[in-house]
Ligand binder design. Structure first.
Ligand SMILES: Cc1cc2nc3c(=O)[nH]c(=O)nc-3n(C[C@H](O)[C@H](O)[C@H](O)COP(=O)(O)OP(=O)(O)OC[C@H]3O[C@@H](n4cnc5c(N)ncnc54)[C@H](O)[C@@H]3O)c2cc1C
Length: 385
């Protein structure tokens, strides 16, 4: 019998309400949402993408994207933080679905309660996955010692395993990117430096690596610098763009809910009718809905294509980064329109829309940046002419 997917089985309404209720305090206090993570872990959320034969829920990427939208609609920062762990579990799934089981250890780890952080971003590294200023030096026993600085490491106070990359230049003629995982060893120093406009609960602090060693069994891939993308890099890119787009689509959904509720509750003195009867208000909400629906439909289609191993060839990069870009820019427009619809109350610092207005601004900083997405899109058409 086909498995029936009910989002409430994985994110029950009551748990979601508790997470929503805590989001304002998490933001105001600038703390990690520890209770949210504990509840999510207890409910099996962190192993949703782990196959059933390895102790997880065996969900598809399409289903995970739905759940992340639902979680982000309640607490964007919690969803974005959890996203980083889910990216690695999605990578494991994408690779295994294509016959590469190099991340079996990670699936078993996620099932056993590990929390995986995503240590990719570095100061000034606009090559992102395809370059690194972190020194990756082989150790005598086959491990790799990492020295460098990773920025914006979400889940900073709570992660138990850090997935990262660095550059091995031992052979100067053949520089190699190394991808690996490491525990929170003393040579990993986490700064307490997260104080941002929005997404405050992610606690994406700076991580310094002072010769921190990943053991041989956790060195997952070596990729020659400047060569064609390795399937691991493609899998990370795929998982990252889809899950980030899901978070910002969830923000859009919540902004629409708040705006719709506000205009339905308020009455115009001019007409005596609810504001939701005003044709201008309806047009604004209509635009928001049209924009939001395009996001959910695109996400459903692209995640299904990944799940079903559709072949978009070289177009994958443009499709994925384009979707992330649309999700983020549409979310900004929708949140702005929601604030106009909801009125001046939404300008109060404690109002949920005010928080969403700040949270949504983070979207443009995640790869692919707007410039990078547009370049990839343009190349996918122009460079084949
Ligand atoms: C809420 C949030 C959560 C995130 N979580 C993660 C995560 O978990 N894992 C992850 O890998 N990434 C994460 N990111 C990082 C994100 O993907 C970007 O890499 C990050 O926003 C940096 O973007 P930027 O390069 O445009 O920043 P920039 O402003 O260009 O740079 C950021 C820092 O690097 C310094 N810098 C910039 N250029 C140079 C240079 N040439 N030389 C030296 N220093 C320089 C800047 O002074 C600044 O301190 C997160 C981002 C956000 C907003």
């Amino acid at each position: 019998m086909d498995r029936v997917f009910d989002p409430a089985d994985h994110l029950p309404d009551e748990m979601l309400e508790r997470i929503r209720d805590r989001a304002a305090d998490v933001d105001r206090e600038n703390v990690f949402p520890t209770q949210d993570l504990a509840e999510l872990a207890e409910a099996g959320y962190l192993r949703m993408l782990v196959p059933a034969d390895r102790g997880g829920a065996g969900l598809s990427l399409a289903e995970a994207a739905c759940l992340q939208q639902r979680l982000a609609a309640a607490a964007p920062a919690t969803a974005l933080a959890v996203n980083m762990h889910l990216v690695w579990t999605a990578v494991a799934k994408i690779l295994r679905d294509r016959g590469d089981d190099a991340f079996a250890f990670l699936q078993h780890g996620a099932a056993a309660g590990e929390v995986y952080a995503f240590g990719i971003s570095e100061p000034g590294n606009d090559l992102v996955l395809f370059g690194s200023d972190t020194d990756a030096r082989p150790t005598d026993d086959g491990g790799v010692s990492f020295t460098g600085t990773k920025i914006f490491t979400s889940l900073a106070p709570v992660w138990t395993s850090l997935g990262l990359h660095g550059l091995d230049t031992t052979d100067p003629d053949r520089p190699t990117l190394v991808f690996a995982f490491m525990e929170r060893v003393p040579a990993v120093v986490t700064h307490d430096d997260w104080d941002t406009l929005g997404m405050r609960g992610t606690q994406s602090r700076t991580t310094e690596l002072h010769g921190a060693v990943a053991p041989v069994e956790r060195v997952v891939r070596r990729v020659p610098l400047g060569g064609p993308p390795d399937p691991l890099q493609v899998a990370i890119f795929t998982a990252f763009e889809i899950l980030v787009a899901s978070v910002y689509t969830g923000i859009s959904q919540r902004a629409l809910e708040i705006a719709s509720g506000a205009v339905a509750r308020r009455t115009s003195k001019k007409s005596g009718a609810p504001r939701s009867d005003d044709p201008l208000v309806r047009a604004r909400i209509g635009d928001m809905v049209i924009s939001y629906d395009s996001l959910t439909l695109q996400l459903a289609a692209l995640t299904r294509d990944v799940d079903e191993r559709a072949d978009h060839g070289a177009r994958w990069f443009a499709l994925l980064s384009g979707m992330k870009h649309r999700a983020v820019t549409s979310a900004q427009h929708i949140v702005d329109a929601a604030a106009i619809a909801a009125g001046g109350q939404s300008y109060r610092a404690g109002h949920e829309l005010a928080r969403l207005t700040r949270d949504v601004r983070a979207g443009v900083f995640h790869p692919s940046s707007p410039d990078s997405a547009r370049q990839t899109a343009a190349s996918s058409w122009l460079d084949s002419l």
